[in-house]
Ligand binder design. Sequence first.
Ligand SMILES: C[S@@+](CC[C@H](N)C(=O)[O-])C[C@H]1O[C@@H](n2cnc3c(N)ncnc32)[C@H](O)[C@@H]1O
Ligand code: SF4
Length: 382
Amino acid sequence: MIQSGLGLYIHIPWCEKKCPYCDFNAHALPVAHQLDPVLETRYLNQLLLDLDQDIETFGIAAELTSVFFGGGTPSLLSSRGLGFLLAEINKRLPITTTTECTLEANPGSSDHAKFVGYRAAGINRLSIGVQSFSNTALQRLGRTHTRSDARNAIDAARRAGFSNINLDLMHGLPGQTPDSAIADLDFAAQFAPEHLSWYQLTIEPNTVFYSTKPELPVESFLQAITDEGLDWLQSQGFARYEISAFARSDALQSQHNLTYWRFGDYLGIGAGGHGKLSRENTLLEIQRTQKTRVPKDYLNNPNRRVTEVPIQERPIEFLMNACRLVEGFALTDFEQATGLASKVLEAFIAKGTQQGLVSASSGRVTPTAAGLEFLDSLLLLA
Ligand SMILES: C[S@@+](CC[C@H](N)C(=O)[O-])C[C@H]1O[C@@H](n2cnc3c(N)ncnc32)[C@H](O)[C@@H]1O
Ligand code: SF4
């Protein structure tokens, strides 16, 4: 039996251009500027085949709590294509009035008509990849959009009736100062977004920035940006609920991402899509799925790989997710999600408490501010 709640992640693997800092499964479009309609149709049909195979293998019959179109650049999809896909998904796994349906949109590939179509198709939350409102910073990041494209995309989303908007912003950018980082947040605030994702730029292997490192702000600047940014977010009513996620109210937290962080169940379809599913047999079985990463291979065969999460890896897998949350986790959540007794966490909790990285009381484990900042050190204790 699947645990309560089921998310669906749908990966769209193309972008207009690959950004030099990005290590997501994102590939430059085969034909510049637009997703060729023939390719779109083939991909959408393959997504449905992929979904049907997952449903059959895992015997799934559940309503969806969330659907998340991530990328890549999902806003390359036509609203007609998206409407077809959501209607077909709904025939298989019901999408209800309470299902959160998010789509990641790039400012460069978004306009009012498209957003109207997305809303009509059933998208009720947009996540717009702004990254920065500074044209200089955007250029250094190799983005194809400008500050005015970002503003137009957000305005268009509001005019199309979206009342649940997340803006992705990055900080710690080349040439950024604490003042310019706060200026980005200030600029974002004028759009009154319901949610902000505020990520520190990381330099990932296999990216252009890894081989040709840009000059990043010095450590004292990075620390000041983080400290001042967190203060700003709090003072403006954005409550932090995960390391990089801030919402205006509990109801506006990302339900889809909470499923990941709470070690819940989700299907993952599309090139390189990941899923995680658990079912009760005599013992709890937890399985991870992954699909073929390269789009042209995926179009031939989604080629699902299923791996069992062994008992000994469950605590660290759970903690890697749950310790990102400000609320932490209840020991009973751990037991339910992993099928293990919570006493296996005793040493972790004792060391974490001693080092000031977690606190534990009334059957709950909560990362401290230091634990959130030094998550890697905390996880080394597991
Ligand atoms: C899946 S990505 C793609 C969303 C969309 N294609 C875009 O780039 O606007 C989601 C977010 O991750 C963040 N991100 C991507 N690479 C990053 C990196 N190296 N360091 C920090 N944040 C990153 C960006 O804020 C991005 O909007
Ligand atoms: S647009 Fe987004 S997903 Fe695409 S390459 Fe850039 S950061 Fe990666």
